[in-house]
Design a protein around this ligand. Structure first.
Ligand code: ZN
Length: 347
């Protein structure tokens, strides 16, 4: 569900004959079936009508008479029925490509036979580029509207993160949709998987922006002027999650923030640890500490932490381990000794 904001309008045209075609990102041989209607809408998910009936898209790849893959495309573990990766296949180029055949049986929507060179001018995924004040965004063609919306939101997240981190990054962020995994980010670069960000996602739903914001958190964590210079994953993953949570709160409000906190990996191990003294996840522990500090002292404590962490004053802490430096600095800022909590949860 999505509520239009004031003065925002949305008109939707859809229908007509479907035009399915194979689209390939050569990196890790990522193969997608793009099914457009007459208006250029892309069918991003598909649920077979009866419960125990799985989609069956018989798929075969062969080269010089040798079968490289044969099976049901829809049941390869990947990004759902229309997108999968075959890293063991590649890399192939135009002129050196295997052939493919697919029986795309969409039942009530039609039965389509697709075949040809796996890598060709027709099948190579085409990209468009969008530029905004802080991003250069390269995304698969045909998703203009979603890309514009995502980028508009990324700019808002950027502003929120810059306000916590003490300023804008020195360089624009290069944002590409071409990797096999959900997301990656650091330095001045971030990437998302096409299947994660565009296929089967409603980009108007906060859930769909969790990964891009997390990756932007990594970019802010590692890029000048605010290089945290602290260890992964115990600190950096949780810091990226924490920055993400502040971003979702800024845009969607405190209810979504609570939901987002509930999704944090590892956080439940802390609650269980306090109840039953069970082992804890070190990363989850850091997330717990970030959130406790914010709840009690406000975002400002993190702003001040970052300011000192990047200043000469941090030199005074250099004989300590990184964990102790973090504990000491937060204790100093809060006026309370947090080292017992760090020793119990993070060491
Ligand atoms: Zn991460």
């Amino acid at each position: 569900m999505y509520n239009l904001t004031e003065e925002e309008t949305e008109s939707i045209k859809f229908g007509g004959k479907l035009h399915p075609e194979l689209q390939v990102i050569p990196k890790s041989t990522q193969i997608f079936v793009e099914i457009e209607d007459n208006y250029g809408n892309i069918l991003s998910n598909y649920y077979p009508l009866s419960g125990d009936h799985q989609a069956d898209f018989s798929f075969k790849i062969e080269k010089n008479g040798k079968t490289l893959f044969q099976g049901n495309f829809a049941s390869v573990p990947g990004h759902g029925p229309f997108g999968n990766q075959f890293p063991e296949l590649g890399p192939y180029n135009i002129g050196d490509s295997p052939k493919y055949e697919m029986d795309l049986n969409l039942e009530p929507l039609g039965d389509f036979d697709l075949r040809g060179d796996l890598i060709s001018q027709n099948t190579l995924m085409k990209f468009n580029r969008l530029q905004s004040p802080h991003f250069v965004f390269k995304y698969p063609k045909g998703h203009q509207k979603h890309a514009e919306r995502l980028l508009k939101w990324m700019e808002r997240y950027y502003r929120e993160m810059a306000s916590i981190n003490g300023g804008n990054l020195k360089e624009n962020v290069k944002f590409v949709i071409d990797i096999m995994h959900a997301g990656a980010g650091g330095g001045k670069w971030m990437a998302e998987g096409y299947g994660t960000v565009f296929l089967g996602q409603d980009l108007r739903n906060p859930r769909s922006t969790i990964i891009p914001i997390h990756e932007l958190g990594h970019v802010f964590s590692f890029s000048p002027p605010n290089t945290y210079g602290v260890e992964c994953p115990w600190f950096c993953e949780q810091l990226a999650n924490f920055l993400r949570i502040l971003g979702t709160e800024e845009i969607y409000g405190s209810k979504i923030k609570k939901w987002d906190i509930g999704n944090l990996p590892g956080l439940r191990t802390i609650e269980k640890h306090f109840r039953e003294n069970t082992p804890i996840d070190k990363g989850g522990a850091m997330a717990y500490i970030f959130l406790r500090l914010e709840k009690r002292y406000g975002e400002d404590i993190h702003r001040k932490f970052i300011e000192i962490w990047n200043s000469q004053r941090r030199q005074n802490l250099s004989p300590m381990t990184k964990e102790n430096q973090v504990a000491s600095l937060y204790s100093y800022l809060a006026g309370t000794d947090f080292s017992p909590l760090f020793v119990r949860l993070v060491h």
